[in-house]
Design a protein around this ligand. Structure first.
Ligand code: 5GP
Length: 207
């Protein structure tokens, strides 16, 4: 019943802030905390932003087939832990995976019903501004990320939904609508309101 949402977009498109806001705002929506071999940034905490692990630990988890997807991005490994994601789904929570296009492809192959959303920045200038403003990476890394961003954008047409993050509140509203609409499909609502529907239909016989 619970759903997997994939959110992808170039570095600096604002997807992390969007996801943070969405899980705060929408009930029963969790975000998957990825494992990475990247060094933590100054404001990042282990187990909150990522599970920061060594390359050896990453390879071990990968060899045990414990990642539902993984990829090498900017020279570091990132992966979504199967058990971590399954635990949230089993509890009936929808899960957002904030990953890159390579991981999104793997998820779509394994979970055809996963819903994928691509976030576009309003312009290249805005993307650069956001990466500069973040002030967390050095110039060399920022330039590399700018190049990688354009490569990432090339994959926009592999996704189910496209949202331009021009205005934050507007983007939140659009992504929320996607999530709510997926929760309101006939199959899900029929299961949720099984008793109500039964009662309503049985009333027909007694009229
Ligand atoms: P950052 O280092 O800026 O936190 O993330 C770099 C890129 O890695 C972003 O595009 C982010 O979405 C992606 N990423 C983060 N976690 C995962 C993951 O678990 N799997 C994959 N495939 N990509 C991830």
């Amino acid at each position: 019943m619970a759903k997997l949402f994939i959110i992808v977009g170039p570095s600096g498109c604002g997807k992390t802030s969007l996801v943070k806001n969405l899980v705060k705002k929408i009930d029963k929506l969790n975000v998957s905390i990825s494992c990475t071999t990247r060094v933590p940034r100054a404001n990042e905490k282990d187990g909150v932003n990522y599970f920061f692990i060594t390359k050896d630990e990453f390879i071990k988890i990968k060899n045990q087939n414990e990642f539902i997807e993984y990829a090498k991005v900017f020279g570091n490994y990132y992966g979504s832990n199967r058990k971590h994601v399954e635990d949230m789904l089993v509890k009936g929570n929808d899960v957002i995976l904030e990953i890159d296009w390579q991981g999104a492809r793997q998820i779509k192959q394994r979970f055809a019903k996963a819903i994928s959303i691509f976030i576009l920045p309003p312009s290249i200038e805005a993307l650069k501004q956001r990466l500069d403003a973040r002030n967390q990476d050095n110039k060399d890394i920022i330039n590399k990320r700018m190049q990688a961003s354009v490569s990432e954008i090339k994959h926009f047409n592999e996704f189910d939904y496209l949202v331009v993050n021009d205005n934050f509140e507007d983007a939140i509203e659009k992504i929320s609508s996607i999530i709510y609409s997926k929760r309101l499909t006939l199959d899900i609502q029929t299961k949720k309101y099984k008793n109500l529907i039964k009662k309503l239909l049985s009333t027909q016989n007694s009229i």
